[in-house]
Design a binder for this molecule. Structure first.
Ligand code: HEM
Length: 356
């Protein structure tokens, strides 16, 4: 009976993984163990082989071969001073890509013709890492003037931060160009809120051309970093409008969180998204969800939302960190490919905060 069950679970999982928009036989990409994977300092074999029109992992191989080394050296210093910075930089790439594509719009300050995305509800008092991007850009401008776009810097910083935190490495397509405008409205509309239902999350990711596998694997970025009380307080005191806590929240974790986030005040107090290992990129996030210790509603509903696909993926990633790493790498490339500006459109900004 037990072996039948195991066979059934394995079969449904394989069907699920192969029926999404990628397939197990995708050229150059291996979902099993053994290829690519873990590495620190950018020395591991990268997971790779996905090709996207207009981008290439060798885009700067002639014009700025040292680009990635410069990014990694700035990241190493920044993350050793502030270990949370790795999380913040990964999130910055996400908040860039979900708003008019991966075009560094999130980095622009206010301009007479548009308002900065930094003022949107999801970003205000929350998004961080701009100074690190400025430092990378300044060093790259010295080494290779007006060559490496701010959008590519965000993608390189997200990958470097993942690797330096113990996560997977991947082959990263490059050649994005920077937008000449930002969209405050787009930022408010397209970045899903933390109290999203599973249906809202799926819809929000679909709008960006991403599927349920991308949703679950990319949510795994919450293996790093912190969240403010204001983003999950509703779960502690009034989840459904009846002054009761969220019933999916594990009891002792619920009591601990109440200690950090009182009913009134303390909205900017912070708690780790992965309480077990907040500065290590691992699959603990999924294990915690399995035991009712996901911090945000949007984390826990991947399991409790009763959507078969996401439930099975949470379980699979909790059981197998290599599976999670491979999917995370692949989904980061897919996210990094959203609505690109390439060729002679847009520009390569000299300063990531302003259009040229
Ligand atoms: C699935 C929908 C998602 C929702 C609803 C969501 C929501 C949030 C919220 C509310 C926070 C805390 C912000 C604060 O308190 O200031 C946060 C933090 C974070 N998010 Fe997400 N997120 C989602 C997906 C993602 C994705 C796709 C990524 C990256 C691939 C990501 C990476 C991060 C990271 C690394 C942090 C910690 C940042 C830090 O400590 O500075 N999130 N997210």
């Amino acid at each position: 009976m037990a072996s039948f069950k195991l066979l059934y679970v394995t079969f449904t999982l394989l069907t699920l993984l192969s029926s999404s928009t990628f397939c197990l036989g995708y050229p150059g990409f291996n979902f099993g163990r053994g290829r690519g994977g873990r590495g620190v300092g950018g020395v591991s074999r990268p997971i790779g082989g996905q090709r996207f029109s207009g981008l290439s992992p060798r885009f700067y191989s002639q014009s700025c071969p040292q680009a990635n080394d410069i990014v990694i050296s700035v990241l190493k210093t920044a993350i050793s001073k502030d270990p949370r910075m790795a999380a913040s930089l990964i999130r910055l790439h996400f908040h860039d890509c979900f708003v008019q594509g991966c075009d560094a719009s999130v980095l622009l300050d206010d301009h007479p013709t548009f308002t900065s995305e930094k003022k949107s509800v999801p970003n205000k008092n929350s998004i961080r890492g701009f100074e690190v991007i400025d430092e990378i850009k300044a060093k790259l401008e010295q080494a290779c003037p007006q060559t490496v776009s701010c959008a590519d810097i965000l993608a390189l910083a997200a990958r470097g931060s993942t690797v330096l935190s113990g996560g997977p490495n991947w082959e990263l397509p490059l050649g994005r160009r920077d937008s000449r405008k930002a969209s405050l409205n787009g930022s408010n509309k397209n970045i899903p809120p933390p109290n999203s239902t599973i249906q809202n999350l799926v819809t929000s990711f679909r709008r960006q051309g991403l599927n349920e596998v991308d949703l679950v694997s990319l949510s795994g970025a919450h293996t790093l970093g912190m969240a403010r009380c204001t983003t999950f307080k509703q779960r502690l005191y009034n989840q459904n409008g009846n002054n009761q806590p969220d019933s999916t929240l594990e009891r002792s974790y619920y009591h601990d969180l109440k200690g950090v986030c009182p009913k009134t005040g303390g909205d900017n107090n912070i708690s780790p998204l992965d309480l077990a290992s907040p500065i290590t990129f691992d699959n603990m996030y999924f294990k915690l969800i399995m035991s009712g210790k996901g911090l945000l509603t949007s984390d826990q509903v991947l399991l409790s939302g009763k959507l078969g696909k996401t439930m099975q993926l949470v379980k699979a990633f909790a059981d197998d960190h290599t599976l999670f790493f491979n999917h995370f790498a692949r989904s980061m490339v897919r996210m990094g490919n959203i609505r690109l500006v390439t060729g002679n459109k847009g520009e390569v900004r000299k300063n990531c905060r302003r259009i040229n």
